[in-house]
Design a binder for this molecule. Structure first.
Ligand code: PLP
Length: 217
C-alpha cells in the first residue's frame, strides 16, 4: 500500500478526508486524484487558484488556512468549503462575493481551542453575539456547515483530546441553540496527520491530512 491508501484505510465511513496538498506539485495531487480522492485542501489563496486552474474540474477545493478579506474574490467562484471563518467582517465579504457569483458559499466557523495565542478563531461568547446579530441574519449567500479547530502543537495526548472534545461540545451547543433546523450544519473539521485518530475518537467527521499522505514539507 502507498501512503494515500494506507491513510485512507484508517478513515471510517462518514468521515471526510481532505487531502492537504499545500506546497505539493500538481503531479503529486494528480497521483492521489487518480486513486479516487476528490477533496483537496490548500492554505494559501494564490496557490489554490493556480491549482484549481491547472487540475481537473471535479476536484472539490477547500481553503483550510486563514483568509484575508481582500482575497475572498479570487476563490469565490469555485471554492467548495472555507474552513477558517473567524470574523463577521470576513463572513460579510464572503456573502458579498457569493452574491456576485450567484452562489451560496459553504463556510465553517473556526474556533480557538488551543492554548496558543497565535491561532485564529472565535470563542463561544463572540459566536453567540454574532449569531444573534441582525447583520448575520441578513447574509443569504453563505451557508454555515459547521466548525473547525486546531489543537495545540504538543505531545500531550490528553491535552489534545480535551481540546478536540471542547470543539465537539461547541458544535453540539451551536447545533441545538442556533442550527437545529439546519440541514447543512453537520461538519466538525478537526484532526491533522499527527492527531487525526484522536480527533475522530472525539467526534471529528472531517480530517485535514497533508504530510502523512504527501510526505514532509
Ligand atoms: C497544513 C495544514 C493541515 C495538514 O497538516 P499535516 O500535519 O501536514 O497533516 C491541516 N490543517 C491546516 C489548517 C493546515 O494548515
Amino acid at each position: 500500500m502507498n501512503s494515500f491508501e494506507q491513510i485512507k484505510s484508517t478513515i471510517p465511513e462518514g468521515v471526510t478526508l481532505v487531502a492537504v496538498s499545500k506546497t505539493k506539485p500538481n503531479e503529486a495531487i494528480l497521483d492521489v486524484y487518480n486513486q479516487g480522492q476528490r477533496v483537496f485542501g490548500e492554505n494559501k489563496v494564490q496557490e489554490l487558484v493556480d491549482k484549481y486552474e491547472a487540475l481537473p474540474k471535479d476536484i472539490e477545493w477547500h481553503l483550510i488556512g486563514h483568509l484575508q478579506t481582500n482575497k475572498v474574490k479570487y476563490i469565490a467562484p469555485f471554492v467548495a468549503l472555507i474552513h477558517a471563518v473567524d470574523s463577521l467582517k470576513l463572513l460579510q465579504e464572503i456573502n458579498k462575493q457569493g452574491l456576485k457569483n450567484n452562489r451560496i458559499i459553504p463556510c465553517l466557523f473556526q474556533f480557538h481551542i488551543a492554548d496558543e495565542e497565535t491561532k485564529f478563531g472565535f470563542d463561544q461568547q463572540e459566536i453567540d453575539i454574532l449569531l444573534k446579530s441582525e447583520a448575520f441574519a441578513e447574509l443569504k449567500n453563505i451557508q454555515i456547515n459547521g466548525v473547525m479547530g486546531m489543537a495545540t502543537f504538543t505531545d500531550n495526548q490528553q491535552q489534545i483530546e480535551s481540546e478536540f472534545q471542547s470543539l465537539k461540545l461547541i458544535f453540539d451547543e451551536l447545533k441545538s441553540n442556533f442550527f437545529s433546523d439546519s440541514q447543512s450544519f453537520q461538519t466538525i473539521s478537526m484532526g491533522m496527520s499527527g492527531d487525526y485518530q484522536l480527533a475522530i475518537k472525539s467526534g471529528s467527521n472531517m480530517v485535514r491530512i497533508g504530510s502523512a499522505i504527501f510526505g514532509g514539507r
